[in-house]
Write a new protein. Structure first.
Ligand code: FES
Ligand code: FES
Length: 161
């Protein structure tokens, strides 16, 4: 049995304290230990973006992060962006634009999009496409995804009724 360490970090706005093997993947920690299943395992090797979460405001691939790297950090998963009743503007825009088909890539896409809009409130189409280039989708063809990101940007800038 591997040794564990005590980790303290913030998860979706709430403090968390838990024991974990320091080399446990953050993706497994979130899904199996903490029951947060929005982050998905696609490739497991840093290629697809399905496992993305925000760590200190930056989109990170949880399949490549180890539990010990979470100490003292602020982690937000797609569950922490918004809820069904009160979705984040990015989540609402994905739903409204039909940018969700099977949905497997969607949590990671919304994490990447929310990171983009936090640092650049008015991206153009190419910038939005580039920001999502690490997130693979086998269903949508990306057009509606980019539409949704630009629509969410308008909402966040207060340009929509
Ligand atoms: S599962 Fe992490 S990048 Fe694909
Ligand atoms: S909606 Fe199916 S993989 Fe993107």
């Amino acid at each position: 049995m591997s040794a564990t360490v005590t980790l303290e970090f913030t998860l979706n706005g709430a403090p968390v304290r838990l024991e974990a093997a320091p080399g446990r993947r953050v993706l497994d920690l979130l899904r199996e230990d903490l029951g947060l299943t929005a982050a998905k395992e696609g490739c497991g090797s840093g290629e697809c973006g399905a496992c993305a979460v925000l760590v200190d405001g930056e989109a990170r691939l949880s399949c490549l992060m180890l539990a010990a790297q979470l100490e003292g950090r602020e982690v937000v998963t797609a569950e922490g962006l918004g809820t069904l009743e009160n979705p984040h503007p990015v989540q609402a825009a994905f739903a409204a634009a039909g940018a969700v088909q099977c949905g497997y890539c969607t949590p990671g896409m919304t994490i990447a999009a929310s990171e983009l809009l936090a640092r650049d409130p008015a991206p153009d189409r190419d910038e939005a496409r580039r920001a999502l280039s690490g997130n693979l989708c086998r269903c949508t063809g990306y057009v509606k995804v980019v539409d949704a990101v630009l629509d969410a940007a308008r909402t966040l800038r207060g340009e929509k009724p």
